[in-house]
Design a protein. Structure first.
Length: 533
């Protein structure tokens, strides 16, 4: 290493025959060392004289300077984060770090070297109230680059995060959401992670403060939304209910309908028969220590009930579980407060329930917000600078599964050049136009970035519904009319004459074709017309 941490007090020494000489090795604690040079330091001393060489090894350990970092992780209720909440502290100078689960700790204590660090945390906030078993929200908190020079305290507070939400043109509910982050540095180091949640989580939040000055940082949220399973459930007098279904794999209510509600107690076969559950919706009480509704659904189906409306005495929110394949009958649960009101109405007289539901969604939304370009994450409102990659698939009525496939073409980063937009023709009705992009570099010839083009005169373009595009051709310019090209002989078999346009071949679609330094323009010609010269 190039440092004076170890040096000899003398450069020469005389050793008499048969004697031993001690040469002190001086250590300088104030010597400058790079961040990666702390720790074990080894070396050797080599003495030479008249063709004789003597080597003596030495080793030492240089304790690096350390600072104390305290990190406090707080959930949205103002309490220390617990449950699945995690914290990552990654050093980008030496690519070291660790992940800890907070588990209700007031703070996490780290002894670190001064340098650059990346902090990332997923915070799960449980439902408020005693006996809560579900998480109300999931929050991501990130600090892409933290310069640590002295003792510091960092507070990651989920209450300061912004809410993430989506809006669709049709009624929808998110059933699967994933939050992702990725931090890259030094060209090859990468630290990434994800956290996913289902429909039981009510809200998703995120806060990213600062930006990565060394490397890159990306944060993304990915959503899958379907038509609501239950759009409306209310009594005949207009009292709205807020049910939660047992799952998407089980049987569910479909369409619109109405049925009377009966109190079936704990849902035993005797209670179902005594309540007259045939053709009705059975209101069944589930123990507070259990979420399984499979047996109650089987008994209700045997008694001829249309559905089961489950409830518990505990006010804590819960999700009914019907096993791997789901219950055999539509099962919904309602909060304890709404169940108490229904029991009072059933005791006073007949109660009728009306619903509007969709058992199999005819469409699905796949929404992706893959990056954050601002220093701090703002409320989720896609604008002209951040457009979500989204798509909707209309599914047939048979419930078959279709996969949404979208291709995204990214332009490589532009360096020492500029992006040129060439001839943009005026679109005609029914024929959408596209823009040809070419890159002109100062240090080399331009390259053509091919976009999807028509597949043939007799077949419509597959990526636009039913539209047929007029033939297009690319023409080289930059030489005088009638003058042969320098890189091509005029005439001859298989050769094009000077000035003749270069046509795009079908096998060249999607490729990059290196071109000679020339200007690219686009021309339109009618089918059957001869090429221009």
């Amino acid at each position: 290493m190039r440092s004076s941490v170890a040096a000899l007090t003398r450069r020469t020494v005389t050793v008499p025959a048969g004697a031993t000489v001690t040469v002190p090795l001086r250590l300088d604690r104030a010597a400058h060392l790079e961040r990666s040079q702390y720790g074990d330091v080894t070396g050797r001393l080599v003495a030479t004289a008249d063709g004789v060489s003597v080597s003596t090894p030495f080793s030492l350990y240089v304790q690096p300077e350390t600072v104390t970092l305290r990190v406090k992780v707080v959930d949205r209720l103002g309490r220390p984060a617990s449950g699945p909440s995690s914290l990552d502290v990654i050093g980008t100078d030496d690519a070291t770090g660790e992940r800890r689960f907070n588990e209700g700790a007031a703070e996490q204590l780290y002894t670190l070297r001064p340098g650059s660090y990346f902090l990332s945390s997923f915070v799960a906030t449980p439902d408020a109230g005693e006996g809560a078993t579900l998480n109300d929200s999931l929050t991501y908190l990130g600090r892409p680059q933290l310069e640590l020079r002295k003792d510091a305290t960092v507070v990651l507070d989920a209450r300061t995060a912004h809410r993430l939400s989506i809006a669709t043109d049709r009624p929808s509910e998110a059933r699967a959401t994933t939050l992702t982050f990725s931090r890259a540095w030094d060209g090859y180091w990468l630290h990434a992670g994800t956290a996913a949640g289902g429909s039981s989580i009510k809200g998703y939040y995120a806060s990213v403060e600062g930006r990565a000055h060394d490397g890159t940082f990306e944060f993304g949220s990915y959503w899958r939304a379907y038509a609501p399973l239950v759009s409306e459930l209310r009594t005949a007098d207009g009292t709205a209910l807020h049910p939660v279904t047992a799952g998407t794999r089980s049987a569910n209510l479909d369409g619109t309908g109405r049925a009377r509600l009966v109190d079936a107690g704990s849902g035993t076969p005797e209670e179902l028969k005594a309540a007259g559950a045939r053709g009705a919706i059975a209101l069944v009480r589930i123990p507070d220590t259990s979420t399984s509704v499979a047996q109650a659904a089987r008994d209700a189906k045997a008694a001829g009930a249309l559905a089961v409306l489950a409830h518990r005495a505990s006010p804590a929110r819960w999700v009914p579980a019907g096993g791997f394949t789901g219950p055999e009958l539509p099962v919904l649960d309602v909060p304890s407060g709404e169940a108490s009101a229904l029991l009072a109405k059933v005791g006073a007289g007949a109660v009728e329930l009306r619903w509007k539901a969709t058992a199999k969604s005819p469409y699905v939304y796949n929404l992706a917000f893959p990056r954050v370009r601002r220093d701090r994450l703002r409320p989720h409102a896609p604008g002209p600078r951040q457009q979500p990659r989204q798509g909707r698939v209309d599914l047939p009525g048979d419930g078959s599964r279709h996969r949404l496939r979208r291709q995204h073409r990214r332009l490589p980063p532009l360096r020492r050049g500029r992006l040129l937009r060439h001839h943009r023709p005026r679109p005609r009705p029914g024929h959408p136009h596209r823009v040809l992009l070419a890159r002109r570099h100062r240090l080399g010839p331009p390259h053509l970035l091919q976009l999807p083009v028509r597949r043939g005169d007799d077949r419509p373009a597959p990526h636009l519904p039913g539209g047929r595009h007029p033939p297009r051709e690319l023409v080289r310019r930059g030489r005088r009319p009638g003058r042969p090209a320098r890189h091509r002989r005029q005439g001859g078999p298989g050769r094009r004459a000077a000035g003749q346009p270069d046509r795009l071949r079908r096998r060249d679609v999607g490729r990059r074709r290196p071109l000679r330094p020339a200007r690219l323009v686009r021309r339109h010609r009618q089918p059957g017309a001869a090429p221009r010269r």
